[in-house]
Design a protein around this ligand. Structure first.
Ligand SMILES: O=C(O)C1=C[C@@H](OP(=O)(O)O)[C@@H](O)[C@H](O)C1
Ligand SMILES: C=C(OP(=O)(O)O)C(=O)O
Length: 494
């Protein structure tokens, strides 16, 4: 694995981000505004900085990697300190920028999705000092809407930037366009746009109901909005985070099913930490007083990413482990820790502390297939799809129709790649059933496609836990949420 690590790479361009690495401690690149690139402790780094809005930024292409081969894994054990949560990082950055006071955000995730948020906040006039080496950002809040009167934002494929910023920009005064990569132009946003229109915003999206989004902002009136929650919870989270700044009180009613509820719980909890209370009637009706302002908690420590933890914990369950992840545990406010309960029901042994989780599998114990409603854990459910290869009996993952509108059509993509590995797969509109090939029968030396989807790359890498190497196409796609994923994985292989 070592020869496949990224350490020899001097400077890598990725899809929309320039990733720099440098060997000399004195090296520090400064790009536009106050986004800095500096050296990491390990002697090289992958600090993402959006460059699409920086035409002056050119880069060299040295050692770009098209594939990574994960060697056959028989044993995996050890401890990993998790990178910060993507969902928490981008929420805390946004709330800090809207709040009164200065917030120091610690253990901020360093990744593409967070870079897009940082860059956008900068463009919109929030004062952001980012120290990637320290995983820290200091944000001087605007104590209200953003001061910018005009901006065109490019947000890659970051749902946690596109959706919340669409709502937050309706609060200000000016003209804004929000856009992203081609896939972002295929990801729905119309339900959010309709919700904002009901609260008085002048906002539109494309005819297909997707970005680009165009806003003529003149504050948000408030009132009542009836919105759909069945496509994505990010629409509701975005409306909630913006509502305290509307002129009048806001009532949001969910007209159908609400998916991914734990992410809404996370939003409400974070708003509470920034001093705003949401009245929540059973996740059906939400009431927020208007004319308020967030107050900075002064500092916020971002807990480790529970979805990122899932790959390593799954590795512990498949190989026997033990694997410990540090940075999130029983005190976590992330829904994806529920994934660990599923592993336990499949046969793994789990030990919790408030800030860590350890997974192993006892000698002679097997993993068993499971039938699971995954509506609360759409991201970690992808990891389960690969764990299913190692279970006895089939595994059904249900209520995951949102997979179709994420980074790729994850139901189609996962079905196709699992079949390459020798599984039989039944794919429905909102479920997948995986019939594993049987012990020791995962196909050897397979190359899997990743569809520009970080979770396809990370979850499929676990197929190597059968003891055969697996080649992953376009490993850089993990930079969306976990730039050094393959390096961390290699550190745990014994
Ligand atoms: O609010 C959030 O931070 C997220 C909500 C989920 O999306 P959906 O609500 O679209 O399922 C999840 O898949 C995404 O990675 C992050
Ligand atoms: C769905 C995801 O991302 P996004 O925030 O872009 O929706 C994800 O990270 O799996």
């Amino acid at each position: 694995m070592k020869e496949h690590s990224f350490s020899f790479v001097t400077l890598i361009p990725t899809r929309h981000i320039a990733h720099f690495s440098c060997r000399r401690p004195s090296h520090c690149f400064t790009l536009r505004r106050n986004l800095h690139l500096c050296r990491s402790e390990r002697g090289f780094l992958t600090t993402p900085v959006s460059h699409l809005q920086s035409p002056e930024c050119t880069y060299l292409k040295i050692g770009d990697m098209e594939t990574v081969t994960v060697p056959g894994i028989n044993n995996m054990s050890g401890t990993l300190v998790l990178p910060g949560s993507k969902s928490l990082s981008n929420r805390v950055l946004l709330l800090s920028a809207l709040a009164k006071g200065t917030t120091v955000v610690e253990n901020l995730l360093e990744s593409e999705d967070v870079s897009y948020m940082l860059e956008a906040l900068n463009i919109l006039g929030a004062k952001v000092e980012y120290e990637p080496k320290e995983k820290k950002a200091r944000i001087e809040g605007c104590a209200g809407p953003f001061p910018a009167a005009k901006a065109e934002l490019f947000l890659g494929n970051a749902g946690t930037a596109m959706r919340p910023l669409t709502a937050a920009l309706c609060l200000g005064d000016g003209e804004f366009v929000l856009d992203g990569v081609q896939r972002m132009r295929e990801r729905p946003i119309a339900d959010l746009v309709h919700g904002l229109q009901q609260l008085g915003a002048q906002v539109t999206c494309s005819e297909t109901g997707c970005p680009p989004v165009r806003i003529k902002a003149n504050g948000l009136r408030g009132g009542r909005a009836i919105v759909s929650g069945k496509m994505s919870s990010q629409f509701l989270s975005s409306l909630l985070m913006t509502s305290p700044y509307s002129k009048h009180d806001v009532v949001i009613e969910i007209q159908d099913e609400l998916i991914s509820v734990p992410y809404v719980a996370m939003t409400i909890e974070l708003m509470r930490r920034f001093g705003v209370i949401v009245e929540n009637e059973n996740y059906r009706v939400f009431r927020i007083a208007g004319n308020q302002c967030y107050s900075s908690p002064s500092s916020y420590f971002v807990e480790g990413d529970a979805s990122s933890a899932s790959y390593f914990l799954a590795g512990g369950a498949i190989t026997g482990g033990p694997i410990t992840v540090e940075g999130c545990g029983s005190d976590s406010i992330q829904g994806d820790i529920r994934f660990v309960h599923v592993l336990e029901r499949m046969g793994a042994t789990v030990n919790w502390t408030p800030h860590s989780i350890t997974v192993s599998r006892g000698k002679g114990k097997i993993l068993e297939g499971i039938d699971e409603d995954c509506v609360d854990i759409p991201d970690a459910a992808m990891t389960l799809a690969v764990v299913a290869l190692f279970a006895e009996g089939h595994t059904a993952l249900r209520n995951i129709h949102s997979w179709r509108v994420k980074e790729t059509d994850r139901l189609a993509a996962m079905s196709k790649e699992l079949m390459k590995l020798g599984a039989a797969v039944r794919e429905g509109q909102d479920y997948i059933v995986i019939y594993p090939p049987g012990s020791g029968k995962i196909r050897k030396n397979v190359t899997v496609s990743t569809y520009n989807d970080h979770r396809m790359a990370m979850s499929l890498s676990l197929a190597a836990c059968g003891g055969c190497p697996i080649t992953i196409e376009d490993p850089k796609c993990t930079w969306k949420t976990f730039p050094n994923y393959f390096e961390e994985l290699s550190n745990l292989i014994r």
